[in-house]
Ligand binder design. Sequence first.
Ligand SMILES: [Zn+2]
Length: 89
Amino acid sequence: MKDQHDNKTVDWVESKKPKHIETELGTEKLCICCGDYYPLDDEFFYHRIRKDRGGVKQYEAVCKACYPVHYNKRTSGRHKLKSKHGVQG
Ligand SMILES: [Zn+2]
């Protein structure tokens, strides 16, 4: 839900990379922070369970390696973001 409105931080959007690609190993997901693809898996992406959507498993937009970097960058400004990120794993 947040992604649609958050167009301030996506400066790579011009490249129009698909968010998911199919490889011979399976589906890979784009990390919007480093711009690389990783297997859509708990090992590479944090996820949360969207109970408001019937328990849908939703992966974060950034990979695990980028997650602290990405969110530190965004919260190190003048004001803190609401800490609504319920991260598991
Ligand atoms: Zn990344």
